[in-house]
Design a protein around this ligand. Structure first.
Ligand code: PHE
Length: 448
């Protein structure tokens, strides 16, 4: 096992796994869908989804990876030789590479906005100017790509150093920094004039808004936010030591992921409501146009917008590291490549896909399938199709194919720790998760 590398500290395990989970999904997607889908009521549904679906499926991935100690495909092959189950692993590698194609592009935009904040170029612009500039920037043929390639280079530098010196070290520095910035921001935001109105928009429970579609939306968000079904957690757990307590790790990661998502809402909405002329918007406009406008109205605006984009960049970067790790582990374990060449090859492949995704917003926007450009197709195929399909297959594989004793041994560290939660987690893996995921999947495909 030693030649594969492994996490050496408990903090490293948590920091890297939380680093993967905490990303753009927490900071720009979660606050908005919570605010518009019933506030506190949506939050309650979301938390139930994390408990019934998120933590069990995470444990299922951990069982496979930690037991087999190989990449996503190799691990499943080892546990189910001469069967077709390892195709789950191929799907996972494919999904992670597709997600890298567009996720890294957004990380590139974030870098541009960080640089503009630090150099003070974002200040003193009206919301409309900021929106027009965002549009001009994202559709430009090469400006976003320069930053995307720089993000890829940073990924290369960290990843080629291996698990302990690269991934673990970077996560141990970046994740605490992320939490510190997040807390600073929460304090700043809660002392703004619009704080109570913003919090009301974000958290006031409105149970009338909880429809079946909203429940499905909450499940989908839990899935994406915890990086489930992409072989990421499986791959990371292959670097865990035999002492790592899987259920406790899954619980901690899920809790920290939810805390960051909630803090993001506590930061964003009071800020949005502190300026009467802006209204809460979704996605890119909220983060790259509305928020810079709001920061521009505050004292020390360059400082706050720089801190915000730094926060977003850290969140995105630690997620891209984890996405790369799935395919790098596959290349080193399966093709016996050196870590350095595996990293180099995957960065190049991602570079090509990122180029296509970035161009598809502007120059190549005429290339569409069913009205979707390449960027949206990558998102649809990976997040809406492969991710839930894989989650479903993983829970069936662990709950129904794998030997029950093996699962029990992994979840209780061979009986050396109390089996308290084992039964409930195993029950969810076997029955609840497959049923719930099937629902998300069918709804994602628009089948009901
Ligand atoms: N979990 C990340 C987020 O919330 C997204 C992600 C998806 C990261 C897939 C890695 C892989 O933004």
């Amino acid at each position: 096992m030693s030649h594969r590398g492994h996490f050496v500290t408990k903090l490293g395990v948590i920091a890297a796994t939380v680093g993967s989970a905490v990303g753009l999904g927490n900071i720009w997607r979660f606050p908005y869908i919570t605010g518009t889908n019933g506030g506190g009521a949506f939050l309650a549904v979301y938390i139930i989804c994390i408990l019934l679906l998120g933590i069990p499926v995470m444990c299922a991935e951990f069982i496979i990876g930690r037991h087999a100690k190989l990449d996503a495909i190799g691990s499943i092959k080892k546990l189910a030789p001469h069967t077709l189950w390892h195709y789950i692993g191929y799907l996972a590698v494919a999904a992670s590479v597709l997600i890298l194609g567009y996720y890294t592009v957004i990380a590139g935009w974030t870098t541009e906005y960080l640089v503009q904040s630090v150099t003070g170029q974002l200040n003193d612009k009206t919301a409309d100017v900021l929106k027009a500039e965002l549009e001009a920037f994202t559709t430009h043929p090469y400006r976003p790509l320069i930053w995307t390639y720089i993000v890829l280079l940073v990924n290369y530098i960290i990843l080629k150093r291996g698990i302990q010196k690269g991934l673990e070290k970077a996560s141990n520095i970046l994740m605490p920094l992320l939490f510190v910035i997040m807390i600073l921001f929460s304090i700043r935001s809660l002392t703004l004039p619009g704080a109570s109105e913003g919090l009301r928009f974000f958290l006031q429970p409105d149970f009338h808004k909880i429809t079946p579609t909203v429940i499905l939306e909450a499940m989908g968000q839990a899935f994406f936010s915890l990086s489930l079904g992409m072989g990421i957690l499986l791959t990371y757990s292959s670097y865990f030591s035999n002492k790592t307590v899987l259920i406790q790790t899954a619980g901690t990661v899920a809790l920290l992921d939810a805390v960051v998502a909630i803090l993001a809402g506590i930061v964003i909405f009071p800020a949005v409501f502190s300026i009467p002329e802006v209204s809460p918007e979704q996605g890119s406009n909220l983060v790259f146009a509305t928020l810079p406008y709001i920061f521009g109205q505050m004292p020390a605006s360059a400082l706050w917008s720089s801190l915000f984009f730094l926060l977003l960049l850290i969140a995105a970067l630690t997620s891209t590291l984890s996405l790369f790790e799935v395919s790098i582990a596959f290349c080193t374990d399966h093709f016996k490549m050196s870590r350095r060449s595996a990293t180099g090859i995957m960065i190049l492949i991602a570079g090509v896909l990122c180029t296509l995704c970035s161009l598809s917003i502007g120059t190549l926007s005429h290339l569409t399938i069913g009205g979707k450009n390449i960027f949206d197709i990558f998102d649809f195929v990976s997040a809406v199709i492969i991710l839930p399909l894989n989650g479903l297959l993983i829970s069936i594989f662990v709950g129904w194919y794998l030997d029950r004793k093996l699962c029990r041994n992994e979840l209780t560290n061979h009986g050396t720790i109390s089996a308290g939660w084992y039964r409930s987690v195993y029950f969810c893996i076997r029955y609840i998760a497959p049923a719930l995921i099937l629902l998300i999947f069918l709804s994602g495909l628009g089948l009901f």
